[in-house]
Write a protein that binds this ligand. Structure first.
Ligand code: ADP
Ligand code: ZN
Ligand code: ZN
Length: 764
């Protein structure tokens, strides 16, 4: 029988972290040991017993088999939060591919020497009279500052230090001399920063009326708690349109879990972390809740982790990284808007918060609840196949009916002589809303699209000389690269053929605003896009101004379809719905459906019913048809067939192997060498599913696509190559990753880097 060897991380402060130590697993432990366990191992020359973490198992010995040491025992039960984080890092490294250091940095809070918030106060050690008697002396010596301080001390027993050095203008030296003389002492207290305390105080009154749950909400809460209480916490998908009461369900479950002495992580995409959302949680949970987001300083982030660890808080709200909050007794993880792309990390390790949350929940014995109005194909597929439990909330509690949707065929508009970017239907409805004083939203669906400049005579497209992407036109007459920032003036004539008909595809929000003003000179507009939201808080300011009815029309990109509710909006216009359908990516249909559904759902939240206009060149596309109908199940049924036929996630899995190099030839060579190594495994089939293979073999078979230059072949003069490996089984792709990591270890890579992306969310 083959031997079993374990890769074990022994000490996280050890510099050889990335080369875990290998130990033999003795016969008696072989059945019981698994990756993700704590074990005892002998370490160093003295064979000192140390706690270690199993991060992988295998049958190959990398050392002298005669000298390798053995695992002594498995540490039973009692894995504490620190252990859990290290095991989680091991899991991330194994499943997504990265170095152990990168994985540890991802899950552990930055342990830099962060200064605590320090409060220093001066406390007098003498009585009032004694201090007053000292005054004469300092007056004689003309020590004015000292005199001021003494007078103050005579009246107060303790004074904040900053006030003394600031307002009273007393030097640190004077304070020290009084300290030495036994007049006063300096007392310092430390505290952990609390980023929400101030906000909660300035917020609404702390009374909260918790609404009585609806029958459907109550059912969900009690099912989740029942499983939890019998020690079988599970994963649940909560499918419910916006306003159907999901957040109320989350809060109720959190209350119950906290009442059981456990803690909660509430994940919300960064963009939806608005004051409106947060204040609901502050009001319900008061000081026991904190927030983690990208605007916190490293010190503040570290402090939130400390507060979680020492029991100061029960609930943390934040984007994907809040998942790694070190709660000692985590009981529930909630992931709202689970379909959002921002849950996938775009830097190595490229983990997805959904699967990682499953692992965190498993390690902590916690429940996991995923919520969305338009669930990801992945989650719905798992719900359909019984991996997740599915709940649905079908009614809007806030009232308001679903909007009436008009789909306009832009080809017909053009044929009938309308060259405007607004269809006749949209113009008619906009005029109507302006007249009635109701608000409208114009949504430019430009996900994955950048306004480019091309020649109408020869088709030449102006591109960045460093990045292979088209340059976009800016108002100041400059062309700019959005990847590297390169810019050049817009040429008056085509550099290839000399034609003067060179121009931009007028599809930016600025142009829409201009055209709208041409049509309706009196219109008041607000614009929300990457340019207008660059400054801190500007996103919230624009939303607040619109909610305040300071504008009639809000024009924006995908960021306007999330977050806030606008009861005054009765019309939503989607301009060029198919710009996102054209993205070179298997998720284009899913994204388009999500964006259109969300956009359309923005109309008619108040008492007046809403309408929406979807302008498109592909009115028959199922993503458009089902979005217009707000029919998720219909869309899912079509989309999953496409994924199954194409062998795309979630029907199969996909590993993108990305190679970066400053040297084009070396990059291409490395990509080919790695792809050949995969071919060498012998289980690689034809690039597309053939008729010959038996279904059983089919699920085991690997498919290889590429290598090829990435869609954007060069960024900042770094060449990018990619190849894809597909397989029905995720574990086989992990094997491929392990093989490639081993291969790379054989080569001295100087300028090349390789990254792995499992089930990629964005094509490279
Ligand atoms: P979602 O998270 O699905 O958008 P919310 O939980 O925010 O839905 O609920 C939408 C609105 O309905 C909120 O204003 C909320 O306070 C209210 N609400 C939620 N549940 C109930 C209930 N059981 N009874 C009355 N109002 C409710
Ligand atoms: Zn030309
Ligand atoms: Zn560039």
């Amino acid at each position: 029988m083959a031997e079993l060897y374990a890769d074990i991380i022994v000490d996280i402060s050890h510099e050889k972290l990335d080369r875990p130590f290998q130990y033999r697993v003795p016969e008696r432990l072989r059945e019981a040991v698994a990756a993700g366990m704590c074990v005892m191992v002998p370490f160093g020359n003295g064979n000192r017993p140390l706690k270690g973490y199993v991060i992988g198992l295998g049958d190959k010995c990398r050392f002298d088999p005669g000298k390798i040491k053995e695992v002594q025992d498995i540490v039973q039960g009692g894995v504490d939060v620190e252990d859990r984080m290290i095991l989680l890092a091991g899991w991330i490294r194994r499943n997504y591919g990265s170095t152990m250091i990168q994985a540890l940095k991802t899950v552990l809070p930055a342990k830099q020497s962060v200064k605590r918030l320090e409060h220093r106060t001066l406390q007098r050690l003498l009585g009032r009279e004694e201090i007053l008697s000292l005054l004469g002396e300092s007056i004689r010596k003309k020590q004015v500052a000292k005199e001021r301080l003494l007078r103050e001390l005579a009246e107060q027993e303790s004074i904040p230090c900053e006030w003394v050095t600031g307002k009273l203008g007393v030097s640190a030296q004077t304070i020290r001399s009084l300290e030495r003389a036994g007049v006063l002492r300096v007392v310092s207290t430390e505290s952990l920063r609390n980023p929400v305390k101030l906000k909660a105080r300035e917020g609404e009154p702390e009374i909260c009326d918790r609404p009585a749950l609806s029958e459907a909400q109550r059912h969900i809460v009690s099912e989740v708690l029942e499983d939890f209480d019998r020690g079988m916490p599970d994963t649940y998908l909560l499918h419910g349109i916006t306003g159907s009461g999901k957040t109320e369900v989350y809060m109720r479950i959190i209350e119950e879990i906290v009442a059981r002495g456990r803690q909660a992580v509430m994940l919300i995409p960064e963009i939806a972390l608005t004051y409106q959302t947060l204040s609901r949680f502050f009001r319900r949970f008061g000081d026991r809740v904190s927030v983690m987001n990208s605007s916190l300083s490293p010190g503040e982030k570290y402090d939130q982790c400390e507060r979680a660890r020492n029991g100061e808080i029960d609930v943390i709200i934040g984007p994907r990284s809040a998942l790694f909050t070190p709660f000692p007794r985590l009981g529930v993880i909630i992931m709202d808007e689970e379909h959002e792309n921002s849950y996938k990390s775009e830097s190595s390790p490229k983990y997805h918060a959904r699967e990682t949350a499953e692992e965190v929940a498993r390690l902590s014995g916690a429940s996991l609840i995923l919520g969305s109005a338009t669930p990801s194909l992945e989650s719905y597929y798992r719900a359909e196949t019984g991996v997740y439990k599915l709940f649905a909330l079908k009614e809007r509690l806030t009232g308001g009916s679903l909007p009436r949707v008009h789909t306009v065929d832009l080809r017909l508009e053009l044929r009938e002589g309308n060259r405007s970017i607004f269809s006749r239907k949209l113009q008619e409805l906009l005029a109507d809303r302006l007249e009635k004083g109701e608000q409208s939203i114009l949504f430019l669906n430009r996900r994955g699209y950048a306004g480019f400049v091309s020649c109408r005579a020869c088709g030449h497209v102006m591109k960045c000389p460093h990045c292979d992407v088209s340059l976009s036109e800016h108002k100041n007459g400059m062309l700019m690269c959005h990847y590297c920032g390169y810019s050049e003036p817009k040429p008056a004539a085509c550099p290839r053929c000399g034609s003067r008909y060179i121009s931009g595809f007028k599809a930016g929000t600025q142009q829409i605003e201009e055209k709208l003003r041409e049509l309706f000179p009196q219109v008041r507009t607000l614009r929300m896009d990457g340019d207008t939201t660059r400054k801190k808080d500007s996103y919230e300011k624009i939303l607040a101004a619109f909610a305040n009815r300071e504008a009639d029309v809000l024009i924006g990109t995908q960021m306007i379809v999330k977050g806030h509710d606008f009861p005054g909006v009765t019309l939503v216009g989607v301009l060029a719905a198919d710009l996102s359908l054209g993205a070179n990516d298997y998720r284009a249909g899913e994204r388009t459906f999500q964006l259109l559904t969300q956009a359309v759902g923005r109309a008619g939240r108040g008492n007046i019913p809403g309408e929406a206009v979807i302008q498109t060149y592909q009115p028959e596309h199922y993503a458009v048809v089902f979005a217009a109908d707000q029919n998720y199940e219909g869309f899912y049924a079509e989309e999953i067939i496409y994924r199954e036929l194409g062998g795309y996630p979630p029907a199969a899995h996909m590993l993108a192997v990305q190679v970066f190099s400053a040297d084009e030839g070396r990059g291409a060579g490395l990509a080919k060498w790695l792809a050949d190594a995969v071919r060498g495994r012998g289980d690689v089939g034809a690039a597309s599913p053939g008729a010959s293979a038996a279904p059983q073999e089919e699920t085991e078979m690997l498919r290889l696509i590429g290598p090829a230059p990435a869609a954007i072949g060069r960024i900042n003069d770094i060449f990018r190559f990619v190849f894809y490996v597909k397989c029905a089984k995720y574990d086989k792709l992990v094997e491929v990753k392990d093989l490639l990591e081993e291969k790379m270890g054989e080569r001295q890579l100087r300028t090349e880097t390789v990254q792995f992306d499992f089930d990629p969310v964005n094509t490279m």
